[in-house]
Design a protein around this ligand. Structure first.
Ligand code: GDP
Length: 400
């Protein structure tokens, strides 16, 4: 009767307890069986687990506890991330692969590292001597001895319990009872001293956050200084944000459509310029004789003949200045020059004889008049002899 009443009182007391949020860390070497253990606790199959990269987090409800367990990767290179979780941790679950005797020393060193941290010492630690199902696995006593566990926990004033277990034996409600018992023990110890532990954790996490914030600022400052130094070395100042405003600097990355239209405009300008030059040359060299006129026109056309477009443009411009008959003739000449390169060359040779723009300036005044025409001449009058006999080295250069 008395014990029944005591049980009722205990139940009532526990029911009145507030829900407590507790964070635990699960550490140990890689391949020790941490993820398999966590999955078993969660009720998931512990078989075929992938190695933990970084960490994984699970949340579970255990009585009046809301428990968060951080399963931290155990690879040599990432073990130093463990310390980032010490401050907020109420207790430690250390998983040992009892079948891996060769790595016992490494396991011991890893455990010393954890317990050496002032943020961990004094907190409870559950040691899971895992993989007991494997042949040759060390017994509980052998693990204690291999790790010098008693000495270690006494040194760091950590309450400790060791549970020989197998994470792959079952999951959920069928999980290895040793794991279940170990978890109960840990939560029980935490509950016993919850207020003091909670106060310490609040203090430690505030400190840790301030420390992390400071480190972050220091890092940012270092990066800023490095960037400034590099920019100084490169001989340019740090640009103002205003420098990047619209119109302040040209964006080197223009849309391709803009670039194309700019190029087209330039080509058009160039064409116009050449057309004007051609027209000017044609007007200046307008000779009273038809043959000479044709020679000059052809030369001016030829000098700008670099592409088919240019040839057509030249033909068009001369059409504006000539009468219909001449235009037809020119058009046929243009076509001819397109069709036969050989023919074009011949005409170009003829063009060598005439300086298109400066002919009047450079041609020396011939005091002797041209000889009289033969009486039987009935074709087109020949151009003045002085022009025809002029050396044309310059023109040749221009055309060539
Ligand atoms: P972690 O790196 O510590 O997270 O280790 P894992 O949980 O990934 O387990 C590593 C390997 O050991 C996996 O192949 C698991 O299936 C296996 N393993 C984990 N626990 C046990 C166990 O108790 N017994 C046996 N035989 N194998 C286990």
């Amino acid at each position: 009767m008395f014990s029944l009443m005591a049980n009722c009182c205990n139940w009532l007391k526990r029911w009145q307890e507030p829900v407590r949020k507790v964070t635990l860390i699960m550490v140990g070497l890689d391949n020790a069986g941490k993820t398999a253990t966590v999955r078993g606790i969660q009720g998931e199959s512990p078989e075929d687990v992938a190695p933990t990269v970084g960490f994984s987090k699970i949340d579970l409800k255990q009585g009046r506890f809301e428990v968060t367990i951080f399963d931290l990767g155990g690879g040599k290179r990432i073990r130093n991330i463990w310390r980032n979780y010490y401050a907020e941790s109420y207790g430690v679950i250390f998983v040992v692969d009892s079948s891996d005797i060769e790595r016992m020393e490494e396991t011991k060193q890893a455990m010393i590292e954890v317990l050496n941290s002032p943020k961990i010492s004094g907190k409870p630690m559950l040691v899971l001597a895992n993989k007991q199902d494997r042949e040759g696995a060390l017994s509980e006593a052998d693990v204690i001895e291999s790790l010098s566990l008693e000495k270690l926990v006494n040194e760091h004033k950590c309450l400790c319990q060791i549970e020989p277990c197998s994470a792959v034996m079952g999951c959920g409600k069928k999980i290895d009872k040793s794991i279940k018992n170990g978890l109960y023990w840990l939560l029980h110890i935490i509950a016993k001293d919850f207020d003091a532990l909670n106060e310490r954790i609040q203090r430690d996490t505030t400190e840790q956050k301030a420390y992390e914030e400071q480190k972050k600022q220091e890092r940012a400052e270092r990066v800023r200084r490095l960037r400034e130094e590099r920019e100084r070395e490169e001989g340019r100042g740090v640009p103002d944000e205003a420098d990047f405003g619209p119109g302040n600097c040209e964006n080197p990355f223009q849309p391709i459509a803009t670039v194309i239209s700019e190029n087209e405009k330039q080509i058009e300008k160039e064409k116009k310029r050449q057309r004007l030059e051609t027209e000017r040359a044609t007007v200046v060299l307008k000779s009273p004789t038809g043959q000479e006129q044709m020679d000059v026109e052809h030369l001016s056309r030829s000098s700008s003949q670099q592409t088919n477009d240019y040839r057509l443009d030249t033909c068009k411009s001369t059409q504006q200045l000539q009468n219909e008959e001449e235009s037809e003739q020119q058009a046929s000449e243009c076509l001819d020059s397109d069709n036969s390169k050989k023919k074009k060359k011949t005409k170009l040779k003829r063009g060598h004889r005439v300086e298109p723009v400066n002919s009047e300036d450079t041609v020396p005044q011939n005091p002797t008049p041209p000889p009289p025409l033969p009486p039987d001449f009935c074709g087109k009058p020949l151009p003045p002899l002085t022009i025809r006999q002029r050396p044309n080295g310059d023109i040749h250069d221009v055309i060539a």
